[in-house]
Design a protein around this ligand. Structure first.
Ligand SMILES: Cc1ncc(COP(=O)(O)OP(=O)(O)O)c(N)n1
Ligand SMILES: Cc1ncsc1CCOP(=O)(O)O
Ligand SMILES: [Mg+2]
Length: 218
């Protein structure tokens, strides 16, 4: 049995903000400060795509954001880059089907870090669980403009389908999620809502995070 407490994790996934420097119009540390004040429960550093920082600049930004998260007790997850996650001793890593194999990542990070894996079919979900995933990222639920190579839109019914097929690991939904459609996603069986643009491009990241968090109090 791993060290990760899955009951605690399902709450930590509630408002899962994901961003890299190019997702924001103001500096990411400022956006993250507001998002934290608004009540996000987890953060994923996803620095990729054209114009993304690399090497030491990427690491320096990761360390700055990680410090902010630590001060607020918000788990800090690194997207894709297992090496970086290990170097800075992040709280966890998220990988997809095109990234390093989840079982190999689990071996490298040990039992004490959170491992999130994207799944697009019941089969992928079961394979990820077998490989040692702590939670699954499920999507895209709705249309997204934040990921160029996103798979086809699946709708919230897909979350229900996974639950009906016995997938009981914490699930976080992703893709086009906002305060208007978030409750449909939760009613379908997701533990959490992961968002990029709903917070990173909001006029007030603080208000956006606060409104997403409020969906869990209803
Ligand atoms: C919580 C969460 N779910 C899914 C993803 C997507 O991961 P992936 O399919 O590897 O795509 P990229 O984000 O790496 O472009 C995610 N990052 N987080
Ligand atoms: C990383 C990722 N994986 C599937 S959709 C997506 C992007 C989600 O961004 P947004 O919340 O802006 O739709
Ligand atoms: Mg990936």
């Amino acid at each position: 049995m791993g060290r990760i407490d899955l009951t605690l994790l399902s709450d930590q996934l509630n408002v899962y903000f994901i961003a890299g420097s190019r997702d924001c119009t103001s500096p990411l540390p400022l956006v993250l400060n507001e998002a934290i004040a608004g009540g996000i429960t987890m953060f994923q550093f996803r620095e990729k795509g054209p114009g993304a920082l690399e090497g030491q600049m990427k690491k320096a930004l990761a360390l700055q954001l990680f410090t902010q998260c630590k001060e607020a007790d918000v788990p800090f997850i690194v997207n894709d880059d297992v090496e970086l996650a290990l170097q800075i001793d992040a709280d966890g890593i998220h990988v997809g089907q095109e990234d390093e194999d989840a079982a190999s990542v689990r071996k490298r990070i040990g039992k004490n870090k959170i491992l999130g894996v994207s799944a697009h079919s019941v089969e992928e979900a079961y394979r990820a669980i077998e490989a040692g995933a702590d939670y699954l990222g499920i999507g895209p639920i709705y249309e997204t403009s934040s990921k160029d190579d996103a798979e086809e839109v699946k709708g919230p019914g897909w979350i229900r389908e996974l639950r009906e097929n016995g997938v009981d690991l914490p699930l976080v939904a992703i893709g086009g999620i906002n305060t208007d459609n978030g409750s449909d996603v939760l009613h379908a069986g997701a533990d959490g809502l992961s968002v990029i643009s709903a917070i990173s491009k909001a006029a007030s990241p603080f208000e956006a995070a606060r409104e997403l968090k409020a969906l869990f109090d209803q």
